[in-house]
Each structure stands twice: as structure tokens, then as C-alpha cells.
Design a protein around this ligand. Structure first.
Ligand code: KG4
Ligand code: ZN
Length: 337
């Protein structure tokens, strides 16, 4: 079984071909980072136009790398949402057109389901497992019970973790995207010089919140002499990063307890999303997993961030259960799992 996947919901244009033996036969990801960098963030209109400009070529390239023709596919999957609607429309229309022209079924994949099922592509693990999804647009803890079966244990009540990293980087004058720049600055910073709040720590449930921490960081930066010295900036980043890691740790620790009680056969704690690149967060999650009796698994970074292999794989998982979509599928800007 071979599936083509298309991803266009944010600022990566991607196409990939995946088979049922968990092999990625051909894959391409084009980042739009340089197009958005001058604006300090993603501009939806720019993103949609760029997806439209590149998607045909990327699909052709992924198929070429796989060494396959369209007639050899079993189905075509595209991200159907959630995401920036202009981009989602481009991917969905491309997927539908290819499916129609080659006489194959079409699958509209929920982008979050793509992230949620990636560990089954990379590590072949069984359900159920606990997933922390932390990206620029999402921050959630999910019990992944099966294809299409997700129980949300916690979500952010305001900003996503990656979004907070990006905003703090902007405030500290570091640039975009913020996560890697904040992490890099924090490496030479003293995390103990400033103390920032640990949002939600000790609160019942597993929800996240980052806007209060973001504001506290802004006030801290405003209180420091301008222009911000490299050391002050590094110390702020270190204080912010450890506050995020502490807050996520508190929420994840609770989620592990909840998960182990409700899904006692589960054995893995899995991470996905761009924030999973953060070394401090990874170290924290490994420790939490060990303490809580779950093995920590992280897909390679290229499959944690947005990519089309995860969409092809989620499509494949759905296809083998007979879950195909009609060509009347309407792209969904919002689509909770
Ligand atoms: O999953 P992703 O590539 O795109 C989506 O948002 O869907 O995640 C990007 C987010 C950005 O907010 C970026 O700042 C954050 O992941 N990020 C990081 C790091 N690398 C990327 N956050 C913290 N530490 C990092 N090393
Ligand atoms: Zn994503």
C-alpha cells in the first residue's frame, strides 16, 4: 500500500510518499522561512501564494524520488485543516485534482492527527500512548487510543508554547523564528538571575497557559537598560526557557499519572511539534517519562516539525480502515481532534 501525502497548512510546502512497511519512499519539504522573515512572522497571503507556486513541482519531485507513477498509488492524502485556510485550500485542491485524474481515493487528513500518529511511522509503537504536541500553533496533551480516537487531557488556554518562544525572541530583538534563537541565547545565560512565573503549576487538570509568562517576560525586558546587553538578553532567555520547561513538566507529570490510571496498557510518552527541538525540554521529558514509568520517544526532528510524510502516514492509517473522503470535502480552518 502506497500513499502520497501533501502538507500546506502553515509555512512548509511538502509532499511525501509512504508505504505500509513504514518506509518513506520519497520526501520533500520546502520551508518558506526566508519569505516570512522580513515580516517577523508568517503572513497568510504570502504563504498561500508560495504554496500555490511550488506544490506541483514538489509533488513531482516526491514521486520521482519514490520512483513511482501516479497510477501506482493507492490513494492521495492532503492536510484538510486546521491551519491557514489559503494554504489548506491549495493542498486540498491539489490532492483532489490528483486523486480525480488518477482515479484514486482522496483522504483529507487532520494536521494534528498527522503529528499524533508520526511515532507509529517512525517507531511502530502500539496504541495507546501519551502525546505532547508543542508547536507554533498548538500545545496539547493527548491520549492517542487509536486512529481517530484521541482524548485531550490538556490544551493551552491562550498561546501555544512555540508562539511564546517566538514573541519573547521578538521582544528581546533576536529575530524569527524565535525558538532556536532563544535556546541559543539561553545557553550562555544564567537561569537563576531572574525568576519568572511557572504558569499553571500545581493547578488541577493538565491545561497550559503562556500569555502570563510572556507578559512577565516583557515587563522584565522593559525594566532592563536599553539597548539590551547580550548578557541581559541571555539571562532573560534562560529564565524564560526554564519557566516554560518547568510549566510543561508540571502539566505532563499530571498527564502521565492520569494516562497511566485510565490507559494502564500504555507504555510510551511521545513528543511532536517544533518545540520538541528544545534540548532542555527533551531532557525534562526523558526524566519525567523515567519517573512516571513511560518510555520517552521523539521522532527525528524533521518529522516533529511540519512535513508531508506524517500526512501520508495518517492517510495510510485511515485508508486501511476504509476511512476515505469525498471530493466534496471542504477545507477546515479549525478542526479539533
Ligand atoms: O511544528 P512547527 O515547525 O510548526 C508549527 O507551528 O506547526 O513548530 C514551530 C515552532 C516555532 O514557534 C518555533 O519557535 C518553535 O517551534 N521551535 C522551538 C525550537 N525550535 C523550534 N521552540 C523552542 N526551542 C527550540 N529549539
Ligand atoms: Zn504542525
Amino acid at each position: 500500500m502506497v500513499i502520497l501525502g501533501i502538507e500546506t497548512s502553515c509555512d512548509e510546502t511538502a509532499a511525501a510518499v509512504v508505504d505500509a512497511e513504514r518506509r518513506i519512499l520519497g520526501e520533500v519539504v520546502l520551508s518558506q522561512l526566508e519569505e516570512h522573515r522580513p515580516f517577523g512572522g508568517i503572513v497568510p497571503e504570502v504563504a498561500a501564494r508560495s504554496h500555490l507556486q511550488h506544490i506541483d513541482r514538489l509533488v513531482a519531485e516526491a514521486m520521482k524520488r519514490a520512483g513511482l507513477g501516479f497510477h501506482q498509488l493507492d490513494a492521495v492524502a492532503a492536510t484538510g485543516g486546521p491551519g491557514l485556510i489559503g494554504g489548506v485550500i491549495v493542498g486540498v485542491m491539489t490532492g483532489k485534482a490528483l486523486a480525480l485524474a488518477s482515479g484514486k481515493p482522496f483522504l483529507a487528513v487532520n494536521h494534528l492527527e498527522g503529528h499524533a500518529l508520526t511515532a507509529r511511522l517512525t517507531h511502530g509503537i502500539d496504541f495507546p500512548y501519551l502525546l505532547l504536541l508543542a508547536s507554533g500553533g498548538h500545545c496539547q496533551l493527548l491520549a492517542v487510543e487509536g486512529v481517530g480516537r484521541y482524548t485531550r487531557l490538556g490544551t493551552t488556554i491562550d498561546d501555544a508554547a512555540g508562539e511564546a518562544f517566538d514573541k519573547v525572541a521578538k521582544m528581546a530583538g533576536l529575530g524569527y523564528p524565535g525558538g532556536p534563537l532563544v535556546e541559543q541565547a539561553a545557553r550562555v545565560g544564567d537561569p537563576a538571575r531572574f525568576t519568572l512565573p511557572r504558569p499553571m503549576k500545581g493547578k488541577p487538570g493538565c491545561d497550559f497557559s503562556f500569555s502570563g509568562l510572556k507578559n512577565a517576560t516583557r515587563l522584565l525586558i522593559e525594566s532592563l537598560p536599553k539597548p539590551l546587553s547580550t548578557q541581559d538578553g541571555a539571562d532573560v532567555c534562560a529564565a524564560f526557557q526554564i519557566a516554560v520547561a518547568d510549566s510543561i513538566a508540571d502539566r505532563t507529570r499530571r498527564a502521565i499519572r492520569d494516562f497511566k490510571t485510565r490507559w494502564p496498557t500504555g507504555r510510551h510518552l511521545v513528543v511532536a511539534g517544533g518545540v520538541a527541538a528544545n534540548t532542555l525540554l527533551r531532557q525534562t521529558l526523558i526524566r519525567l517519562g523515567n519517573d512516571g514509568g513511560l518510555e520517552f520517544l521523539a521522532p527525528p526532528l524533521s518529522l516533529c516539525t511540519d512535513n508531508a510524510a506524517m500526512i501520508a502516514w495518517a492517510g495510510l492509517e485511515r485508508f486501511r480502515l476504509g476511512l476515505v473522503d469525498g471530493l466534496d470535502f471542504a477545507p477546515r480552518p479549525r478542526w479539533p481532534l
